[in-house]
Design a protein around this ligand. Sequence first.
Ligand SMILES: C[S@@+](CC[C@H](N)C(=O)[O-])C[C@H]1O[C@@H](n2cnc3c(N)ncnc32)[C@H](O)[C@@H]1O
Length: 246
Amino acid sequence: MKEPYYKAYEKRYQAAFSAGAERWGHSPDDEVLYNTLKSWVEENNLQGKRIIEYACGEGACGVILSELGCYYHGVDISPSAIEKSKELLKKYPNATVEVLDMVKESVKEEYDAALDCMGLHMLVTDNDRYLYLKNAYDSLKDHSPMLFFRESYRKDGTYHGIVNSVDEWAQITGEDYHTPQLRQVRNADNGSMMTVFVPLLPARAKDKNQYIDEFNKIGFNMEKFIEMNVSNAIPYSASIYVRKGK
Ligand SMILES: C[S@@+](CC[C@H](N)C(=O)[O-])C[C@H]1O[C@@H](n2cnc3c(N)ncnc32)[C@H](O)[C@@H]1O
């Protein structure tokens, strides 16, 4: 991948939106997402608290968390996704979003909780993952929870070496991240299914022990690891509940 990393995401959202797609990622109507966030908010008393979402995409979690009474701030590297989420969240006065590279930049304020919905697994190099998790950890108050929802997960057979670049990852996996491939999305006007052609984006699956090691290294303690059912969004995934360790 010669282009800056973020351009691939921006291109994907642009391709979907210009073709008339309603959205690319999660919908606020996703029942599993809604129920998971509702329980997480209740269990951690997050109503009226400040939550940061990393890799927020088009703002589906922002809608759910706002409806649940939280103060929401979402960040994403793609300007088109952030525009879309602004539009979706405009009726919630306590919801804000901004363009931010969660690997290279950090947010200015401290939060009571953090959320990542299919964001961490999009980072494939060990260094990017470490920098992002460290940024997320530093943005939280002590003892705050963080939820990683639907992250790519395999029971076994994951790559255990260090990954230094996206090109290296492409060689390891043998995946083609350049040729546009057919994907189905829902039309914004009439709800019918339509196709767009976009290249596959790199993602890295981990097994449970790898996730535990990765979170421990930062100072997060893993409290729950839930294997998820197959969904339209991703076949094999887990939701991981961690807490800032001190
Ligand atoms: C699989 S999508 C998930 C989007 C949304 N959370 C959802 O579930 O619909 C991954 C998101 O990560 C964002 N992303 C990738 N790298 C990023 C980075 N370095 N900083 C911030 N966002 C990033 C992409 O723009 C994309 O919106």
